[in-house]
Design a protein around this ligand. Structure first.
Ligand code: FUL
Length: 407
């Protein structure tokens, strides 16, 4: 295999891919109005959580094994969860804490105290702000909001730029991205402007397989099939899979527990997101008390427990740079999963591979795959064996396997 010039991730992209799982948190005026998309006319007086506890949100995230937490600082309705200087349509005009509260600040503090990374969603589409119809005035307004968030709440791991509602609209991306680069140079930029990570293209939390890390175009919203031609040659843009824990509901709604995903559904999502080498961003919404409801918190904890119990104690691990990587065990063991990871700092090299195991002294093919990238989880009917091997059949360059683990 000759030397080729491969596309490679930046250090912050690699660090972000290692996080693997984050919690999305949709909370705002919608939480109090039993709706998903406010039109920007709801009275701030409705925003009055009686027991808001950002620590409880972040602890839920931690118990589920999430390494980052992303809050909707402003959704499409324009209501701001921090006391912005740009508009009165915010927590300042609400009865919560007599208008002196700051949900973004409380979440930032809770994340710092609990040791998980913090990120923010700031909807470009704003249905409240009268200046939205004046492109230049709104660009100034949005830049100011973003600057407040980028400078007031410590380090941010990710800025989530949602394309919904903005189909066909132009924003001043050069300026927006310039602000992110100036104040939070390491933060990931989700899907718009000059993205460093991409949307997987659905809201089911699942990635297709293979889901290569290098692409040259991206899909921007659920409401158009348009893609942005992002570059002439592929660039490194790892995918993030977002999905709400209550089916199709990003915000909390009363009496909707029946929509809670089952543990089995969450496992399937995990296999098809993290297991396909992408990050999973699972939304868990606080209710109108300002607390994550017990059933959701319990389900999240069960999920985290399952991930830990299943994956944290492999039977055996190896790494290497050979085209055939063989692992032998002291005695036959039952194996039901194989985890593969490439050392992506050298690019995504493997294009085609086979896993084999020894059955009655003979090699038998177990699984065939194409992409490995950050991670590939193969699961299968349990086998009993003392020999397993990885054969890389095709690679863009010498394969560099960071982990080959038997579960
Ligand atoms: C979509 C939005 O329209 C939904 O309300 C939600 O925020 C989801 C994560 O992204 O595009």
């Amino acid at each position: 295999m000759g030397e080729v010039k491969l596309v490679k991730p930046t250090m912050p992209q690699m660090a972000w891919q290692d996080l693997e799982m984050g919690m999305f948190c949709h909370f705002g005026i919608n939480t109090f109005c039993d709706q998903e998309w406010g039109d920007g006319t709801d009275d701030p007086a409705k925003f009055n959580p009686s027991q808001l506890d950002a620590r409880q949100w972040v602890r839920t995230a931690k118990s589920a094994g999430f390494k980052y937490f992303i809050l909707t600082a402003k959704h499409h309705d324009g209501f701001c969860l921090w006391p912005t200087g740009t508009t009165d349509y915010s927590v300042k005009s609400s009865p919560w804490k007599d208008g002196k509260g700051d949900v973004v600040g409380e979440c930032a503090k809770a994340c710092q105290e609990e040791g998980i990374l913090f990120g923010l969603y700031l909807s470009p589409w704003d249905r409240h702000e009268p200046r939205y119809s004046d492109k230049e005035a709104y660009d100034d307004f949005y830049a100011e909001q973003l600057t407040e968030l980028l400078t007031g709440y410590g380090p941010l791991v990710e800025l989530w730029f949602d394309g919904a509602g903005s189909e066909g609209r132009q924003y001043d991306w050069a300026r927006i991205i310039g602000l992110v680069k100036k104040y939070q140079p390491e933060a990931m930029i989700f899907n718009m402007g000059a993205p460093t990570i991409r949307w997987v293209g659905n809201e089911d939390g699942v990635a297709p397989y293979p889901c290569w890390n290098t692409v040259s175009d991206i899909k921007i919203s659920m409401f158009t099939d348009d893609t942005i031609k992002w570059a002439d040659t592929p660039v490194w843009l790892p995918a993030e899979c977002d999905v709400p824990i209550r089916r199709k509901q990003w915000f909390w709604h009363p009496n909707s527990e029946e929509n809670l995903l089952s543990l089995e559904e969450l496992k399937d999502i995990y296999y098809r997101s993290v297991g396909h080498g992408t990050n999973l961003l699972l939304n868990i919404a606080p209710d109108d008390r300002g607390l994550i409801p017990d059933p959701d918190a319990i389900r999240a904890r069960e999920f985290g427990q399952w991930v830990r119990e299943t994956f944290s104690n492999p039977i055996k691990k190896a790494s290497g740079t050979e085209e055939v990587l063989e692992m032998s065990l002291d005695s036959p063991r039952k194996i039901s999963h194989i985890i593969l990871m490439e050392d992506i700092k050298h690019g995504e090299r493997v294009r085609d591979y086979v896993l084999d195991y020894k059955k009655a002294g003979k090699w038998v093919e177990l699984v065939r795959g194409s992409a490995i990238g950050h991670k590939k989880i193969d699961r299968f009917e349990p086998i009993i064996t003392d020999h397993v091997r990885l054969r890389v059949l095709e690679a863009a360059d010498r394969p560099i396997i960071r982990e080959f683990a038997l579960i």
